[in-house]
Ligand binder design. Structure first.
Ligand SMILES: [Fe+2]
Length: 301
């Protein structure tokens, strides 16, 4: 079996203004989000689009077969942001085997984003489903069988969350049940399975995230993930790259952090083949993305 190289990135947070967005669209949590963007976020994501271009070059240089992005392409979930982000990531979608994604909370920021269907409009074309019979709402969970020995399952943990003080997420209960059925499906049994979602089921220290920021049903998600014979959970939302193992699941948990956040840029390259499955972290060295092979991990011997 050939080795499949998977590049995991997350939280690209691309934004290039809000042309055409009515003032009324800011008379809600966006006013807080916009203040945060203007005062803090824009400084750390100034070069995000340039870094995405560099990421495409890095993927080519590393002979990456496919990219998994665990969401948060935008800042405030407005249409110009989703349209802009989709344009910027186009080169990432051109990997030899393709591109797989789930939305982040910023991509489904408020009810207007969800009701207008902007995520579906701009990113719906990237959704994949090789086993649609398991989807509980037409899309989720997504199952992709991109190569021999590898399955990727995308679970949606993001939702509109109008409370200004909250950025927590939740996987809908029917999707958790579907995840269990998928991981039990004979067609996945002999494959290494990547479970991709936006929210962190655990922090770097193995503890739960705080209720206002974390995944409400992280425990149920971890219990479901334990049905996988072999695999890893990939996620973002926390803007620091890390790897953690916890007693609730035999799967490793890898957070890419934010691949574009200045000073914290993170990514992973997984290699899945006949031998041990490895994960090598990567970072930004001020001009390009580089791997840190001394920090490589064996995810599955
Ligand atoms: Fe997030």
């Amino acid at each position: 079996m050939a080795v499949t190289k998977v590049l995991h990135v997350s939280d690209l947070h691309l934004e290039d203004g809000f042309p055409g967005v009515p003032f009324s669209a800011f008379l809600n949590k966006r006013v807080v989000g916009y203040a945060n963007l203007a005062l803090r976020r824009r400084k750390v994501f100034t070069h995000a689009a340039m870094k995405v271009e560099a990421l495409a070059a890095f993927a080519k240089e590393q002979s990456v077969d496919l990219i998994v992005c665990t969401g948060d392409y935008t800042a405030l979930g407005t249409e110009p942001e989703l349209a802009y982000a989709r344009r910027v990531i186009e080169p990432l979608t051109k990997m030899p085997l393709g591109f797989f994604t789930v939305p982040g909370n910023h991509d489904l920021y408020l009810r207007d984003t969800v009701e207008a269907g902007w995520w579906d409009q701009y990113f719906g074309g990237l959704m994949k489903n090789d086993l649609p019979e398991h989807a509980v709402d037409g899309v989720w969970p997504q199952v992709w069988l991109p190569a021999d020995g590898l399955a990727i399952v995308g679970v949606n943990s993001a939702r509109a969350n109008p409370k200004p003080t909250h950025s927590s997420g939740r996987i809908r209960d029917p999707e958790i049940d579907a995840l269990i059925r998928i991981l039990d499906d004979a067609r996945l049994r002999d494959r290494f399975t990547i479970i991709a979602t936006h929210y962190a089921p655990r922090l770097a220290n193995g503890r739960r995230d705080r209720p206002a920021h974390g995944l409400e049903n992280a425990d149920a998600f971890l219990t479901a993930s334990a049905c996988a014979a072999r695999g890893v959970i990939l996620h973002g939302h926390i803007h620091w790259r890390y790897h953690v193992r916890v007693p609730e699941t035999p799967l490793s948990i890898c957070c890419a952090g934010s691949t574009t956040h200045a000073g914290r840029e993170g990514l992973w390259i997984l290699e899945v083949g006949d031998g041990p499955v490895t994960a090598t972290p990567g970072t930004w060295d001020q001009s390009r993305y580089v791997l840190e092979p001394a920090e490589a991990l064996v995810l599955d011997p």
